[in-house]
Design a protein around this ligand. Structure first.
Ligand code: PXP
Length: 254
């Protein structure tokens, strides 16, 4: 019988890049919603999908089908979106379990950097309140810096997701010193956010090789992982990739 830690982390599987692969040929295969179903079967605690302004991966009807699947399966759907009027309308219609507000720039390859909550406080606070009224649980994707964490708490959002991209990049670049420094900053940020009453999630760039130190931060409740799991699925299958990620996350907490 599998032993799981008492304070096991939740794993949100981001399925965007199944859609990237589908869109490479413009057809219907592979279907990201079928991928979400496979991820749920493999033990994902939640499904995450980013509807970008340019629809480079997920499309509007994918989000509708995902919401139906998640409601039927009793699994939370976490919709990532930019702070725009268009996305607000879509999220209000869709009513996903959770909405994670992220920064978005057309020219970026992926979500680079966190949301500037401090610089866009009024707009973000208003969106948090409007989507909370629709029953969505709001999360803000931010860098682990005190100013952003403090301002995030003031928006009324119950959750922050701390950006682990810089930590992952430092390790990729074999810059252990930078990785240590960023990890320390993440730990301090987690503590600050928890002290302000926020639930803390983390994600971006996480892999089998770098997940353990992040998963070991005991106050973090959820990791959102996408690109690596979908890429690794090519070699070992999605089910095995998710099972191995869960095993590493649990092992970091036992
Ligand atoms: N969390 C957020 C808010 C993101 O925008 C992304 C990337 O879409 C992730 C987590 C997952 O990052 P990755 O695909 O690198 O695992």
């Amino acid at each position: 019988m599998e032993t799981r830690p008492e304070n096991a982390l939740r794993l949100g599987v981001n399925i965007d890049h199944i859609a990237t692969l589908r869109n490479a040929r413009g057809g219907t295969h592979p279907d990201p919603v079928a991928g979400a179903w496979a991820a749920i079967q493999a033990g994902a605690d939640g499904i995450t999908a980013h509807l970008r302004e340019d629809r480079r991966h997920m499309r509007d009807d994918d989000m509708t089908r995902l919401q139906m699947l998640c409601l039927d399966s009793g699994i939370p759907l976490n919709m990532e979106m930019a702070v725009t009027d268009e996305m607000e309308t879509i999220a209000r219609d869709l009513c996903p379990h959770a909405v994670c507000l992220v920064p978005e720039r057309r020219e970026e390859r992926t979500t680079e950097g966190g949301l500037n909550v401090a610089g866009d406080h009024n707009r973000i606070t208003s969106l948090v309140s409007k989507l909370a009224d629709k029953g969505c649980r709001l999360s803000l994707f931010i860098e682990a810096v005190p100013e952003q964490i403090d301002m995030a708490a003031k928006t009324g959002a119950p959750v922050v997701e701390l950006h682990t991209g810089a930590y992952a990049h430092a390790l990729d670049a074999q810059d252990g010193e930078a990785a240590e420094r960023i990890l320390k900053q993440l730990k301090t940020g987690v503590k600050r956010a928890v002290d302000l009453g926020l639930e803390v999630h983390a994600g971006h760039g996480l892999t089998f090789d770098n997940v353990a130190p992040i998963a070991a931060i005991s106050e973090v409740k959820e990791l959102n992982i996408g690109h690596f799991l979908i890429g690794e699925a090519v070699f070992m299958g999605l089910e095995n990739a998710i099972a191995e990620m869960r095993r590493l996350m649990d092992a970091a907490r036992l």
